[in-house]
Every structure is written in C-alpha cells, then in structure tokens.
Design a binder for this molecule. Structure first.
Ligand code: F6R
Length: 259
C-alpha cells in the first residue's frame, strides 16, 4: 500500500516533496527525476526553485512522462516547451540532461523504444513525480492500459482532451495522440510520488488507492509499487475510506524517515 500524506494545501505538498527531492540530490547529485507536466506538479517545481540556492543541480538528470504527438516543434504547449519553461529554466537544470519523449511524426515508430533505452542507460528513474487524470490515468496511460506497458503511442480519451483544452484555444487543438511512459516503465522507478489536489480528483484517488487493481483505473498501478507516496490536499482525500488511518500513521511516523 502506498503511504498517503494529507496536507493543508498544494503549497504544503510542494514543500514536502521538494524537501524529499533535495535530500535525494544531496545524496546523489546526478539523481534521475521523472517529471510530470500539467498543473499538479507546479507547487513542487516552485518550492524546489525557491529551495535551490546552494544546491548543485548541474548533474541532475530528468525524463518527462509524456508528450503530445504531432505538435509543431516549439509549440508552447508541447511538453518539451512546458518542461523547459516550468522546470529547466526556473531550476537552472542543464537542458541536455533533461529528456522528453519525441512526438515528431517522422520518428514516432521507434520513439518509444528509444526512450526506454535512454531511461535504462541513465540507470533508471530515482524519483517519479506523478499527477492523476480525472479518468484515473497516470502519465497518459488511459483506462485499459496494461500494467506491463512501456513507452508507446496512445490515443487520448475525450475526457482528457476536454480536461487539457484549458491549455489550448479549444478542444479541437488538443492533439488526439500522445507518447507516454507505460505503467510498466513508471513502476520501474525507485520511488513514486503521486500528487492530487481538489475535489475533482477525489473519485480517481479513492479508486486508485482503495479500489481493485485494474487496467480500467491505471492509477491503481501504484498499489503494486514497493515505495509509493501519495500527497493530497483535503479535497482530493475526501472520498478515501481510510483517511483517518493515513493521518494517524503519518502523524506517528518517525521524522527521520521523511517521505
Ligand atoms: C502529465 C501527465 C498527466 C497529468 C494528469 C493530471 O505529464 O502525465 O497524467 O498528471 O493529466 O493533470 P493536471 O495536473 O493538469 O490535473
């Protein structure tokens, strides 16, 4: 079972996770981070940027979770652009050390295998940051994704395209396809940190953490991981059956354990 930590707000979650990342980098200066995009991880990146003075980030490596297929190079909503704008630049990471799946149509046939090889060559991901979609997806592994899946092209659900239309002029501009790390890829990371905020995520979180393991709810894959931490605000935790137990367990956890 994942460790569930319920905090006051997304800012507190960002600080908590940023501290865990700082500890990791202090211990392993060339740590490999798995980077999610979307709104959820922003407080983590902001807290990390605020905390980064005096921290040597020059050797940190990173792999984005996913990318849209077919957006023109340099499109502001491509995840390459988003990762550059929201993570690489504010943190002063070395751009060549941060990889994003290649969503260009010409190379898409082997882009998944190339990405898997690159992650393996880096020695795997140390800490994978995750958000969750309202349909339960992690990465862009939509309902029905195999728990053994590796990086590959997927078709986005209408619901995900609707959810992400806020970043584009209209839903028609949201690409139909994406390339995403698979659930099998994500499960290989050494530590998973899944975040969720707001009542809109409560049902997906309850199903992922307390429902049955099911490809129908890809987020339930975190139940299979030996070291998964789930950081939620009260609203996202509001449908959890065992919320009181998670609070009790975390309150009584020795401080030295961190998350
Ligand atoms: C993004 C990603 C997605 C998002 C999810 C939630 O790289 O992999 O799984 O984490 O769609 O998106 P937000 O955080 O915008 O609610």
């Amino acid at each position: 079972m994942a460790e569930v930590v319920i905090v006051g707000d997304s800012g507190a979650a960002g600080t908590l996770v940023a501290e865990a990342i700082v500890s990791l980098i202090e211990e392993r200066p060339d740590a490999v981070l798995g980077l999610a995009t979307g709104s959820t991880p922003l407080p983590v990146y902001e807290a990390l940027a605020a905390r980064s003075q005096g921290l040597d980030l020059s050797r940190v490596r990173g792999f984005a979770l996913d990318e849209y297929v077919g957006l023109p190079a340099g499109h502001p909503e491509s995840y390459r652009s988003v990762i550059t704008r929201e993570v690489v630049e504010p943190l002063g990471l070395v751009p060549e050390r941060i990889q994003v799946p290649n969503g260009a149509a010409e190379t898409i046939q082997h882009a998944g295998a190339d990405y898997e090889a690159a992650i393996q060559a880096a020695g795997g991901v140390d800490l994978q940051i995750l958000g969750i979609g309202t349909d339960g997806h992690i990465g862009f592994n939509e309902p029905g994704s195999s728990f053994a899946s590796l990086t590959r092209v997927k078709t986005l659900t209408e619901q995900t395209r609707r959810d992400n239309a806020r970043f584009f002029d209209s839903i028609d501009d949201v690409p139909m396809h994406c390339i995403t790390q698979g659930l099998g890829t994500i499960l290989r990371a050494r530590h998973l940190v899944l975040l969720a905020f707001g009542a809109g995520k409560a049902a997906a979180i309850a199903a992922a953490l307390e429902g049955p393991l099911s490809a129908n709810l890809p987020g339930s894959a975190v139940q299979l991981h030996p070291r998964a931490t789930v950081v939620l605000d009260e609203a996202a935790a509001s449908e959890l059956q065992h919320a009181d137990y998670y609070r009790y367990a975390y309150a009584n956890k020795p401080a030295w354990q961190g998350i």
